[in-house]
Design a protein around this ligand. Structure first.
Ligand SMILES: Nc1nc2c(c(=O)[nH]1)N[C@H]1C(S)=C(S)[C@@H](COP(=O)(O)OP(=O)(O)OC[C@H]3O[C@@H](n4cnc5c(N)ncnc54)[C@H](O)[C@@H]3O)O[C@H]1N2
Ligand code: MOO
Length: 395
């Protein structure tokens, strides 16, 4: 059986990054992977400007100040004033360009202004550059805003917009067909027949794959028959870059996915020393990649998160593939480790990481309260206070 890191190496070697790209307006690019590098077309801010509503002053700082400063001009955001003579003031508003000659801005709460001019309130001593945002202090023109292979989230979209970028070249979305195998599966909203189980993997994986940025096609539910499994896999492979199924990859005679895959294409990886999720399968059918996730919901969740996500991200053209790992203290006991590398559902608490819910691979109840997974190497016990590897779900 492959170790988790051997399996990850194999998956990443097998993942061919997509080459198809398209150009999208920034507002439509959320979640997509950049296919080019982008640089700022302007300095941000483009001019020195005021951080406060108040007065820009041309003060010397090394000489006594007069009591009153004439207010020579008024500059609102979007306007550009004229040069400020020494010892005069300009009425100014947040974001408005600071006129040449101004050495500081004083907020209006710290001044009194009337028809005679502006007076600083007692005790107010402005310092050089006070409340002035300098040109380019946030982003310098031509600096890199986004690297090829980065995923466009809200913050990166804001960064590109601030730098004047209107459109981005992105990788075409990965088309993933999702199949659910199992005669026992019933659709939520329909009566549950005797022996039935509601299909929770399908909406769970749909949500996870969409969050990754995939275009997901629902391939439906596949009965536990070899001919039906082959027909469903073949149809799915013809319409997608990647086919992902759940269930039917273990060893029982009702498990047809592996045999169907071997008949239609190649099985390149099967069984990983991971708990939950041992019977994970990887292969090819024609031009499509195939990933067979175990049927147990938590096994499907964990294998997608730990192993399949990096594979899909590389397929999508993303560069940062390794999961984020935070070394954090455990606040729990794990006295009976497994031979397989184990992933435990855990929540971040002020006391440290706490396990949530029961840890069985069919136990969905704890998943919703977890913030991530604790990675337990084969055979390793954990005691409260031990530093463990925590893989947050948000990364
Ligand atoms: N003799 C052995 N039996 C099993 C082994 C083994 O090594 N030897 N491995 C076990 C492990 S570990 C896992 S994980 C499961 C995985 O089996 P399959 O991938 O073949 O999945 P199924 O048997 O089809 O289903 C397992 C379990 O999950 C439920 N399920 C399936 N699909 C869904 C769905 N879409 N939504 C909700 N629940 C689903 C299904 O009803 C079963 O209870 O095999 C062990 N057995
Ligand atoms: O690998 Mo299975 O998920 O232990 O039940």
């Amino acid at each position: 059986m492959l170790t988790v890191s051997e399996a990850l190496d194999r998956l990443l070697t097998a993942a061919r990054p997509s080459t198809a790209t398209q150009t999208l307006p920034l507002a439509q690019a959320h979640g997509r992977i950049a296919a080019a590098e982008y640089r700022a077309s302007v300095d941000v801010p483009a001019l020195d400007n005021s951080a406060m509503d108040g007065y820009a002053l041309a003060l010397p700082f090394d000489a006594p100040l007069p009591d009153v400063f004439p207010v020579a001009q008024r500059i609102a955001a979007g306007q550009v004033g004229s040069a400020l003579a020494p010892l005069t003031a300009a009425r100014i508003f947040t974001g408005a360009p600071v006129p040449n000659g101004a050495t500081c801005v004083v907020m209006q709460e710290d001044c009194d202004a009337d028809e005679h001019g502006l007076r600083l309130k007692p005790g107010i001593t402005p310092h050089p550059d006070q409340h002035i945002r300098r040109r380019g202090e946030d982003i310098a023109q031509n600096s890199v805003l986004l690297q090829s292979g980065e995923q466009l989230d809200a913050a990166r979209i804001a960064l590109l917009a601030a730098g004047g970028i209107a459109e981005v070249a992105v990788h075409a979305p990965l088309r993933v067909t999702l199949l659910s195998t199992g005669d026992e599966l019933a659709e939520p909203g329909t009566p549950l027949p005797p022996g039935g189980v509601y299909n929770s993997n399908r909406p769970m994986l749909l949500a996870m794959l969409q969050a990754l940025g995939c275009e997901v096609i629902d391939g439906g539910m596949v009965p536990d028959r070899r001919d039906a499994t082959e027909a469903a896999l073949l149809a799915a492979a013809q319409q997608s870059d990647v086919v992902i199924s759940t269930g039917g990859v273990s060893v029982g005679e009702e498990d047809h996915v592996k045999a169907a895959l071997q008949a239609l294409g190649t099985l390149d990886l099967w069984k990983v020393a991971i708990k939950p999720g041992k019977p994970l399968a990887l292969g090819r059918i024609g031009k499509a990649d195939f990933v067979g996730l175990p049927g147990n919901p938590v096994s499907a969740y964990v294998t997608l998160q730990v192993l399949v996500r990096p594979f899909l991200r590389k397929r999508m053209g993303a560069h940062q593939l390794a999961p984020t790992v935070w070394p954090l203290p455990a606040a729990f006991d794990w006295p009976r480790p497994d031979k397989r590398q184990e992933y435990l559902r855990a929540a971040l608490t002020p006391a440290g990481l706490q396990l949530v819910g029961q840890q069985g691979s069919a136990m969905i109840s704890g998943l919703a309260g977890a913030h991530g997974l604790v990675e337990v190497p084969p055979g390793q016990v954990i005691q409260p206070g031990d530093t463990v590897r925590f893989l947050p779900f948000t990364s």
